[in-house]
Design a protein around this ligand. Structure first.
Ligand SMILES: N[C@H](CCC[C@H](N)C(=O)O)C(=O)O
Length: 288
């Protein structure tokens, strides 16, 4: 495989990505190669490895999107959705085209993104999926009260944003031992495809005009990250469904804040910053 693969290192509130552009040539990524690139000691280091691929074309040959985005966790697993990465790829594509909007095809569907000013991007992350089958869960459940728990993390709300989330409401998110509890819940038998685990603490009363929620996350296939866009979407929808928040809130993550709104049509709008850290060329040993 040709060895000169340029990459861009980007992040959304510290949730960081290695972005590879495979629109003009094929990239043979294996889980081993993904893990090697994502390794923070011997590779480039990232939470997710993101590949930009050619747009999907419809039956009439026209493109329904500007590009396709493929997302891989640092453990090598492929996932369907990643909100922070979507903002980063959207910013990269809009800078390339000079447009202030872009459509990105993901395994979770077509996502519309728009520039909201200097290094600020809004993405319609699509519908919040609320049925147990869509999370998915191993058995029929009321997704508003999953009833599982360990320690201070009990009775989460189940939501999918194209990827599975379990949102636990707690009194003090910063005191939760996510390193210990996260992996146990990620692999809970109720989640046949595992789950992203959020610990959420309400910072505003239910009748506040704009909600404010502190959230920390243990990400499926990655571990604790500084931010999680789909997790922030899941947290806002969970809080609104529980009557704890209005349908728009600021989600305060370790790396900063995202603004999330659950629209009347069921779509979830995420707005937040993007940043490019550096670019380079992958060492051939990472693709051997
Ligand atoms: N950091 C990502 C979420 C990645 C989700 C991934 N860990 C999964 O397995 O679903 C985000 O900003 O939405």
């Amino acid at each position: 495989m040709s060895t000169d693969w340029p990459f861009v290192k980007m992040h959304g509130l510290g949730n960081d990505f290695v972005v590879l552009d495979a629109r003009s040539r094929a990239l043979d990524l294996t889980p081993e190669r993904i893990r090697a690139i994502a390794d923070r000691r011997t590779g480039i280091g990232c939470d997710q490895l993101v590949v930009i691929a050619p747009p999907q074309t419809g039956s009439n040959g026209s493109s329904v999107s500007d590009a396709t985005m493929l997302i891989h966790n640092s453990d090598g697993s492929e996932v369907a959705a990643c909100g922070n990465a979507t903002r980063c790829v959207a910013a990269l594509l809009m800078a390339e085209s000079g447009s202030d909007s872009v459509v990105i095809e993901t395994r979770a569907g077509l996502l519309d993104a728009e520039s909201r000013g200097e290094r600020l991007v809004a993405v319609d992350m699509g519908l919040a999926r609320l049925d147990w089958r869509e999370i998915p869960l191993a058995e029929a459940k009321d997704t508003l009260h999953l009833g599982i728990g360990i320690g201070p993390l009990v009775d989460p709300v189940g939501i999918s944003m194209g990827n599975p989330h379990a949102v636990f409401f707690v009194d003090d998110a910063d005191s939760v031992d996510l390193t210990r509890l996260g992996p146990q819940l990620e692999h809970h038998p109720l989640f046949p495809e595992k789950a992203n685990i959020e610990a959420a603490q309400m910072l505003t009363p239910p009748d506040a005009p704009l909600g404010r929620i502190r959230m920390r996350v243990w990400e499926r296939g990655t571990g604790i990250t500084m931010a999680c866009g789909t997790g922030a979407c899941a947290t806002l929808v969970a809080a609104a469904r529980r009557g704890l928040s209005p349908r728009k809130a600021e989600i305060v993550l370790d790396g900063g804040s995202l603004t999330i709104e659950w629209l009347p049509d069921g779509h979830v709008l995420m707005t937040g910053p993007v940043a490019t850290a550096f670019s380079g060329v992958l060492d051939p040993s990472l693709l051997s």
